[in-house]
Design a protein. Sequence first.
Length: 83
Amino acid sequence: MDERQRSLSGQTYDAHAPVFLELKRRTRQLLSQYNQLAYDQKSEKRTILQAMFAKIGSNVSVGAHLFVTTGVIFRLVRMFQSI
C-alpha cells in the first residue's frame, strides 16, 4: 500500500512522500493562476477548479484568494443562497 492509499484509508502516512509533494506543487501552481484571475473570468476559473478538485457541482463560486493544500479528494458542490 502506498502513502496515498494509506492516507485515503485513514491510516498514518508520510505527508512528505513524493506523491504528496508533487500534489502540493501542482496545487500551488494552479492556485497561483486562479488567484490572479479577474472576477469575471469565470470560464478560466472553472477550468482551473476542474483541474484541482475531484468533482465540481453546478453554480459553484469561489471567492478570491482560494487556499487549498492538495485538492484531489475534495468536491465543490452546488451553492445555496440565503434569503
